[in-house]
Write a protein that binds this ligand. Structure first.
Ligand SMILES: C[S@@+](CC[C@H](N)C(=O)[O-])C[C@H]1O[C@@H](n2cnc3c(N)ncnc32)[C@H](O)[C@@H]1O
Length: 304
């Protein structure tokens, strides 16, 4: 063991800590028991995360590579449901508070512009729903900064851990926001008999295959009084509105959809939209704002 440490220190001195970590990752990765049945590997990654073993961020992604290739949406659902890998960064300290308050600044700016163009004052908005709300930090931002008169702010998320810790935090801070555990695959049941002025879904459809994403868009439009706002994964070269089918991003197996087309297929009308091939101010920019009725499509200009 001391020899191993000595060796690692020598490599770290020579190549730097990042190179050392990458090298350790490559060695461990080569040793991973990928031939075990999928169920067993899934149990292994859940156990490793509970024990907070080093590498719990990349370990599930490495060990479940074949699962991600073959069935990307089941793979993402598994990671979110068990709060694994990228999901583990969704914790109260990381997502609430002044610095992390609004990771979707441009999305909300455009949502407000779009409402204004449709003749709707933000002060009129009484109810908001978020699909894939995680801990509820965007709902809380809407409560404090976007829709100050809203009396109902609710959301669902697949990540039960995030929902539980988010709910405790929101309760503690005296927020009206309500978050619940739920799967967007059951959205029509969850929203049965309910309508909200505004429904948003940001950074969530990328975890769902095309048919599920389409059904989610349709259900959101069915249950919105005024506007549905969606932020999706932007295609790096082609405006998503030109895509004939959804594609899967090779780096992380995230789905890139044509949400414009999904809105049209659902009988909705696009009020405003925006697509950018590159990140803007750290935000992925493919936004679609739609209504179940109003006809008039405009491009929202981003406030500088
Ligand atoms: C990248 S986070 C985005 C969170 C937040 N909407 C935002 O924009 O910052 C994606 C969220 O979608 C949720 N999610 C993924 N699949 C879901 C599903 N089938 N049903 C509900 N939520 C889901 C995840 O649990 C996670 O909280």
């Amino acid at each position: 063991m001391p020899r191993a440490k000595e060796l690692m220190d020598r490599v770290a001195l020579r190549e730097g800590p990042t190179a050392l970590r990458d090298r350790a990752k490559r060695i461990l990765s080569a040793l991973l028991p990928r031939r075990l049945p999928l169920g067993l590997r899934q149990t292994l990654v859940i156990k490793a995360a509970k024990l907070r073993l080093p590498g719990h961020y990349w370990f599930p992604q490495e060990l479940l590579k074949d699962f991600a290739e073959e069935n990307p949406d089941a793979y993402h659902a598994f990671l979110w449901r068990h709060h694994l890998a990228y999901a583990s960064s969704f914790e109260v300290d990381e997502r609430f508070g002044a610095r992390r308050r609004n990771p979707r600044r441009m999305f909300f700016a455009d949502l407000l512009t779009c409402l204004g163009q449709a003749g709707i004052d933000a002060g009129e908005i009484d109810s908001v729903f978020e699909v894939g709300c995680s801990l509820g930090y965007l709902l809380q931002f809407m409560e404090s900064d976007v829709f100050p008169n809203a009396s109902i702010l609710e959301g669902i998320d697949l990540d039960e851990h995030a929902v539980q810790v988010g709910r405790a935090h929101l309760h503690h801070t005296g927020s009206k926001v309500g978050v619940a555990h739920g799967d967007m695959r059951n959205l029509s049941k969850i929203l049965a008999g309910k309508k909200y002025d505004v429904i948003i879904c940001a950074g969530v459809l990328m975890y769902a295959r095309e048919s599920v994403a389409l059904e989610t868009v349709r259900t959101m439009l069915d249950h919105a009084n005024k506007v549905v706002g969606i932020a999706g994964l932007a295609h790096p070269r082609t405006d998503n509105a030109q895509l004939r089918n959804s594609t899967v991003r090779s780096t992380d197996r995230g789905f890139i959809h044509n949400i414009d087309e999904m809105v049209s297929q659902s009988g909705g009308t696009i009020l405003a939209r925006k697509w950018q091939s590159e990140l803007l101010d750290d935000e992925i920019v493919y936004f679609v704002f739609a209504t179940p009725r109003t006809p008039a499509t405009r491009t929202v200009s981003t406030p500088s």
